[in-house]
Design a protein around this ligand. Structure first.
Ligand SMILES: [Zn+2]
Length: 369
């Protein structure tokens, strides 16, 4: 299917419902997990930041309309259809960083395609009173006070620059929060941990080093998700600002190349940065059928290694992940994670840091208030 940026015409909710095996059996809606009332009240009082979700990718490929509510169509919902504005609002989101993508190899077509996705995001903000765009921590806090959802952009892969470092400034101007240095292929800046050109013995190129310095200079965050350990350590050494891994898992719990090692967690923490934990069972445990407790376990491990100030959430929902945890419907059930963390002994203060406090601290540090 060719990427298309026209306003959606199909009624996707209706399509999803018709395709749904659950619907065909007569069950129109999956059951939410049990969240205690006081937990829900606490969750809704917090600033909640998802450092990475990919609904804009669905828009690019399938004209998915993030302004409309979509129905989950089966348990462990594979690949996508996990998030949209109504469901993020219901899940207590304050801010979401939307991944901006293009096919993961370097081409001159990438930058114009990126601009179309940014145009779509801008159009959503202009035409939907439930959302605002945000560039700073202060704007996210204002969104919370006003009961709005703040949307930001995260650029997934230095290949999106089409080899031109001056595009970084335009990314920043168009509300870009971070740039992930690689996606699933080698680019001018570095190699990925997984994908075309992956090589654990290679790190940043001279262009990659210049890129990290440029991100520091313009006030964008360098994101090391998708990078190998060697490159993560190099970026952390070089960067003068906090570094993040926007969506990842802890390799100590499941040794997958997409994850971060304890050494990498320590290096990111030393920059003042954060590690966002994904909701993807195959990365968390190596299995397709895993409960949300696996996410809590990875959060706990990262907090054990780097302290409660270094862990955050970067769900990767809608990012073609093979499944989502078996006890949640979609992004609406984020409060259940809050309950799991509190039940594991996280204090309210620590839980608040994981939900959004830590991400907000990094955004404040890199973007100013
Ligand atoms: Zn990714």
């Amino acid at each position: 299917m060719r990427p298309c940026y026209k306003e959606p015409t199909a009624d996707w909710e209706e399509v999803a419902t018709r395709q749904s095996p659950a619907y065909q059996k007569g069950a129109r809606e999956l059951k939410p997990p049990p969240v205690r009332e006081e937990v829900l009240a606490f969750h809704n009082s917090q600033i909640v930041v998802d450092l990475h979700l990919d609904s804009i990718l669905q828009q690019r490929l399938f004209r998915y309309d993030i302004k409309k509510r979509h129905s989950p169509w089966m348990r462990r919902q594979p690949l996508f259809w996990h998030a949209d504005i109504p469901r993020m609002v219901e899940g207590g989101y304050t801010a979401a960083v939307c991944g901006i993508h293009y096919w993961p190899w370097e081409s001159r077509r990438a930058f114009p395609e990126v601009k179309k996705q940014l145009d779509y995001l801008e159009r959503v903000v202009e035409t939907d009173e439930r959302v605002v765009s945000a560039r700073t921590a202060e704007e996210i806090e204002a969104a919370k006070r006003e009961g709005k959802l703040a949307l930001m952009a995260g650029f997934e892969g230095a290949h999106l620059l089409s080899g031109q470092i001056e595009h970084v400034e335009e990314f920043r101007q168009r509300k870009g929060l971070y740039l992930t240095l690689a996606h699933f292929s080698r680019n001018s800046a570095t190699v990925p941990a997984l994908g075309r050109g992956a090589d654990p013995d290679q790190g940043l190129t001279p262009f990659g080093r210049e890129l990290v310095q440029t991100l520091n200079a313009v006030g964008m965050i360098a994101d090391v998700a998708h990078l190998n350990e060697r490159t993560v350590l190099e970026v952390c050494e070089l960067s003068t600002a906090p570094v993040i891994a926007s969506h990842t898992i802890a390799r100590a719990l499941h040794d997958h190349r997409r994850g971060v090692t304890d050494r990498a967690i320590e290096a990111i923490t030393a920059t003042g940065g954060v590690i966002g934990i994904m909701f993807c069972p195959s990365f968390l445990t190596g299995k397709l059928n895993t409960s949300l407790a696996a996410v809590a376990e990875h959060i706990e491990h990262v907090a054990d290694v780097g302290g409660p100030g270094c862990v955050a959430i970067g769900t990767d929902l809608d990012g073609w992940i093979s499944t989502i945890p078996n006890d949640i419907r979609d992004c609406r059930d984020l409060p259940y994670l809050t309950q799991l963390l509190l039940d594991r002994g996280f204090t309210q203060e620590q839980t608040g840091l994981v939900l959004g406090g830590n991400a907000l601290r990094v955004i404040r540090s890199v973007r100013g208030s």
